[in-house]
Design a protein around this ligand. Structure first.
Ligand SMILES: Nc1ncnc2c1ncn2[C@@H]1O[C@H](COP(=O)(O)OP(=O)(O)OP(=O)(O)O)[C@@H](O)[C@H]1O
Ligand SMILES: [Mg+2]
Length: 378
């Protein structure tokens, strides 16, 4: 999920202007900080660099189908030096603008960047934003034949206006209506055709209407029949949709909503992971813990807790997208769940150290994995 938390939020000194004492509260738009929950770390698994290296080297042969909510992220960068005479709002003088693939499109971009082949299925509107998104994805090497145009909905777009490293406002264009009729039929038909040709399926659910029960049950049914890995980045309110998937990757806030109780310590985390495994008949559940890393739950095995690897954190946006991308590529390359989790945690640690919604590559990942495996042994 893209929810930019920029470092050094220095807001400019406002020139005395059209209105008296502009309220910083009006202008300042910090993302509410998350409550930090402490979890202890136990080294229950052994990791071997040569084994992890072979997995990462296999990324270039892996094929993944990503199905989910497509988002076009727009960033408008500028400066503020005065308050509007029309309303108590800052006037942003635009310096630059750019577009990025968001939501399921960002997962596809992550997979490409890590070296995998990726086919993307989802819905855009019959509008210029859909065109921009497709062009961006095409340039990155994402296969876009599964992107359906639906004249009844707009392409989901999130526009962030950023002045002096501080988000001033976000403008969303979207409908959350469930897809139906010909759009649903076409996307399900595409999944039926494509699934046998790939190694893994990612369901990326941002709750924007593409991931509906009929689509998930059909995708899971076919993927299971063909023995494919199925990973899900869940929408917390869609608990029952994902029965039969291989792995789900909620963050701990989402996991808490899904299980119906707070995750505040090791015991509640353990209970939540086990409940997800059991209720959804999963092979594994990977709960990400932000600055505390992640926990992997598997039937009949001790929970694997992996602490975070980031040296410096610049922007945590999209870290969850990197986790599911690297985890799924690893599984598609034959990795065991614990090895896949370790690799995905390392990949996320790299992207949070970059500014903006970032991605990483196999070349960046390998030296970092070596360092992390050595640290783990100590
Ligand atoms: N502050 C941080 N410091 C170090 N690593 C981090 C931090 N935040 C996230 N990570 C890494 O990124 C992974 C995923 O982060 P998080 O649990 O925040 O996922 P998320 O909430 O799904 O992210 P997204 O906003 O992309 O949906 C973590 O498991 C961890 O490896
Ligand atoms: Mg997430």
């Amino acid at each position: 999920m893209v929810c930019s938390t920029f470092r050094s939020p220095v807001f400019p000194v406002l020139r005395p202007g059209a209105i008296d004492t502009p309220s910083r509260a009006v202008l300042k738009c910090d993302v509410p900080s998350r409550k930090v929950t402490e979890f202890t770390s136990r080294r229950t698994h052994l990791f071997n660099f040569d084994r992890l290296k072979r997995i990462v080297q296999g990324f270039s042969k892996a094929k993944v189908l990503v199905v989910g909510d497509l988002i076009l992220d727009e960033f408008i960068w500028g400066n503020v030096s005065r308050i509007s005479p029309e309303a108590p709002v800052p006037v942003v003088w635009v310096e630059s603008e750019n577009f990025m693939p968001g939501g399921a499109s960002n997962v596809a971009a992550n997979i490409r960047s890590l070296g995998g082949e990726v086919h993307l299925a989802g819905v855009v509107g019959e509008d210029s934003r859909g065109e921009i998104l497709r062009t961006l994805l095409h340039k990155k090497g994402v296969r876009c034949e599964g992107i359906i145009e639906d004249p009844a909905r707009p392409t989901t777009q999130k526009t962030r206006v950023i002045a002096h490293h501080q988000q001033v406002v976000r403008i969303d264009r979207e409908t959350q209506h469930h897809i139906s009729g010909p759009s649903l039929e076409r996307i399900v038909e595409y999944i039926r055709e494509k699934l046998p040709q790939v190694d893994a399926l990612i369901i990326e659910d941002y709750g924007k209407g593409v991931i509906v029960p009929k689509l998930v049950s059909e995708a899971v049914r076919i993927a299971r029949r063909h023995g494919k890995v199925i990973t899900v980045d869940p929408k917390e309110t869609h608990f029952n949709y994902y029965r039969g998937a291989t792995t789900i990757t909620p963050n701990h806030h989402e996991a808490a909503t899904m299980v119906g109780f707070k995750i505040k310590d090791d015991a509640s985390l353990e209970k939540a992971g086990r409940k997800l495994l059991k209720k959804l008949h999963l092979e594994s559940a990977l709960i990400t813990l932000g600055e505390n890393g992640m926990s992997l739950f598997q039937h009949g095995r001790k929970t694997c807790r992996i602490p975070t690897v980031a040296q410096e954190v610049f922007d945590v946006s999209g870290a969850g997208d990197t986790v599911i991308s690297a985890y799924t590529l690893s599984r598609a390359s034959g990795a065991l769940a614990a090895d896949a989790a370790f690799i995905s945690n390392c990949a996320a640690g790299i992207v949070v150290g970059k500014v903006g919604v970032a991605v990483t590559s196999a070349e960046e990942l390998l030296p970092r994995l070596k360092v992390e495996v050595d640290k783990w042994k100590r």
